[in-house]
Write a protein that binds this ligand. Structure first.
Ligand SMILES: [Zn+2]
Length: 156
């Protein structure tokens, strides 16, 4: 039996649409919203934030993830990403990598404003992601590593 999540997909999508309204996009005018759901049912919102120095722009997905992690969250089950594009907008490579840090089975629900929808897991979006497991066995025996769920583990 599939565990029922505390926030429905449609609610998460609506929250991502609300987050999108806060996007700061004076240059591209391409607003993106994200809503990240924790296992306990909390939702963290993110929007893309541009900068006159273009390279400093941050995506909606990472904004939501960083907000959540900085509040102590590390266990995520789903993320909705909303953009006004003909096709759905998938997370960029940087956001896929940041998402993969917290697990391979986070559901990513990508939708456009017309309701077109695509769902993939974080592992499907970034196969063979570089994570803490890639560093296992490296370095000193007493080093600390962070598992995919973010728990600090003592090795050796
Ligand atoms: Zn991104």
């Amino acid at each position: 039996m599939v565990e029922k999540e505390l926030v429905s997909d449609s609610e998460l999508i609506e929250l991502a649409k609300k987050a999108r309204e806060k996007a700061y996009v004076p240059y591209s005018h391409f607003a993106v919203g994200a809503a990240l759901l924790t296992r306990e049912g909390k939702v963290y919102l993110g929007a893309n934030i541009e900068n006159a120095s273009y390279g400093l722009t941050t995506c909606a997905e990472r904004t939501a993830i960083f907000k959540a992690v900085s509040e102590g969250e590390r266990d995520f089950v789903a993320m909705a990403v909303v953009a006004d594009s003909e096709e759905v907008s998938a997370p960029c490579g940087a956001c896929r990598q940041v998402l993969a840090e917290f697990g391979e089975d986070i559901r990513v629900i990508m939708v456009n404003l017309e309701g077109k929808r695509l769902e993939m897991s974080s592992g499907e979006l970034l196969p063979q992601a570089f994570t803490a497991k890639n560093m296992a066995g490296a370095g000193q025996d007493d080093r600390e590593t962070t598992s995919k769920r973010g728990e600090v583990q003592k090795n050796g």
